[in-house]
Design a binder for this molecule. Structure first.
Ligand code: NDP
Length: 448
């Protein structure tokens, strides 16, 4: 009979890998995990967490700019980017410590080095050590895509944005998705002259487009410049140190920083997956079934490396369900319907459920309710930014199918509203709920 060194070997100590390891260990499995960079993975180290901190700091910058209207006077307003960067980096380090502690507390052996698959049950570590595992879980995430153009090496990705030695005066953000719009809002709030350039004619494809258009209008009003149908063709470093970004439509933009935010590619290269006949899709995502099982019976994958829904909470759910099934003998599965998502732009957007387009493709009788309003806070600080809320309802059953919000606090509001959508509540249920006044969220129960 084959003997194994561990019941589970996890490659990648990000959100999905850490959750799966911890839960598997709680069921009594012997678990080891390898991480070649830092425990915590993309979300904690160079993604959601430091991004949200930057987002808050950028909000604060906007508030300071408006503070005199509310009676405050600052004689010597100065912004020190290295200071903010280091505050954020030290908090990230604290969280990395907590993640490591969680693994240690659960007796999970951590290998701080690269691991590759050498066979269906065999792991090879960079140090030369070999480990036999009954099950292998690949949770290595994804990395930012880069354009293959002259001068591409002069651009940065989101990874480097948290480490910038100084803030640029001007920035060109390539892409129109989550990362592009989040960093555009952050940079612009810090006073960086920001251009968003995308190759298509819209931003936030897949999102409710009325919200995306509202973001563009507000972004423009706050000084962000948008370039559509603009495919970047080269980046050149000039003698004065600045960069020239040239686009296929002939536009040239002088800038100090070019950020690639054009999607993320699964980290499946050079991982030895072929040694275990693990099948990949065209983008390099590991193909898995609904139980996160790859084409090799002892190898599973969760999170961004499967290239399905690239969101931290989804990776965590997949890691949890994997461990519950394989080590807890439970019938666990992940429900991918009504996943709430948010773009932490300025202002933020948030959504749960179907867009109008998706709903019309699926249902015959759709009712749309909308409210465009100036939140009280905006009125107080003299901002003309208007929030937009949109509810999509099945006219036949009265069920709420989708909610799409842009405006202050919309991610906080949508997290709760997603529970109502998931529970199958109707428009009448929303109508019957007494408003909480004065809030922006009350608009959701007042839509007529
Ligand atoms: P996205 O997939 O969100 O967006 C990519 C964007 O880049 C699209 O607007 C796309 O346009 C554009 N694009 C693609 N190729 C080019 C090109 N050659 N030139 C110019 N533009 C191009 O990717 P992100 O990198 O923003 O984010 C990756 C993933 O990370 C997201 O999908 C999301 O799942 C996750 N994420 C989630 C966050 C959150 O939950 N708040 C925050 C950050 C990331 P088009 O659509 O027209 O092709």
């Amino acid at each position: 009979m084959t003997t194994y060194d561990v019941d589970l070997f996890v490659i990648g100590a990000g959100s999905g890998g850490v959750r799966a390891s911890r839960v598997a260990a709680s069921y009594g499995a012997s678990v080891a995990i390898a991480e070649e960079y830092r425990v915590g993975g993309t979300c904690v180290i160079r993604g959601c967490v430091p991004k949200k901190m930057l987002y808050y700091a950028a909000d604060f910058a906007s508030d300071v700019a408006k503070a005199d209207r509310l009676g405050w006077q600052f004689t010597d307003k100065k912004f020190d980017w290295p200071h903010l960067r280091d505050v954020i980096l030290s908090d990230v380090q604290r969280l990395e410590g907590l993640y490591t502690q969680t693994l240690n507390n659960n007796n999970i052996k951590i290998y701080q080095e690269r691991a590759v698959i050498e066979g269906p049950h065999q792991i090879g570590l960079a140090s030369g050590k070999k480990i036999k595992a009954r099950h292998i879980l690949v949770a290595v995430g994804a990395e930012p895509a880069r354009l293959d153009i002259p001068g591409a090496e002069l651009a940065v990705t989101s990874n480097e944005m948290f480490l910038l030695p100084e803030l640029p005066k001007r920035a060109v953000v390539i892409g129109g998705g989550y990362i592009a719009n989040e960093f555009a809002g952050i940079l612009n709030s810090f006073g960086v002259k920001t251009v968003v350039a995308t190759h298509g004619d819209i931003i936030l494809r897949g999102y409710e487009q009325e919200m995306a258009q509202r973001l563009v209008e507000i972004g423009q009003a706050h000084g962000i410049h948008y370039q559509f149908n603009a495919a970047l063709s080269s980046i050149v470093r000039e003698n004065d140190g600045s960069l020239t970004a040239t686009f296929s439509n002939g536009t040239k933009i002088e800038t100090d920083l070019v950020l690639f935010a054009i999607g993320r590619i699964p980290n499946s290269k050079n991982l030895g997956l072929e040694a275990a006949h693990v099948a990949l899709d065209k983008k390099g995502g590991i193909i898995v079934n609904e139980e996160n099982h790859s084409s090799c019976s002892s190898i599973y994958a969760v999170g961004d490396v499967t290239d399905r829904v690239q969101l931290t909470p989804v990776a965590i759910r997949e890691g949890q369900a994997f461990a519950d099934r394989v080590f807890g003998n439970k019938k666990a599965s992940v429900d991918y319907t009504t996943i709430p998502t948010a773009v932490f732009s300025h202002p933020p957007l948030a959504s749960a459920g179907l867009t109008e387009e998706e709903a019309r493709a699926e249902y015959k009788n759709i009712k749309i309710y909308k409210s465009s309003f100036r939140p009280m806070r905006n009125a107080l600080i003299g901002s003309d930014d208007r929030a937009l809320y949109k509810m999509i309802v099945d006219g036949h059953s009265d069920r709420v199918l989708g909610l799409h919000l842009i405006g202050p606090d919309s991610p906080e509001i949508v997290q709760l509203a997603a529970v109502a959508i998931k529970a199958g509540l109707t428009k009448q249920d929303f109508n019957d709920t007494i408003a909480l006044h004065p809030t922006s969220a009350e608009e959701l129960v007042l839509l007529r």
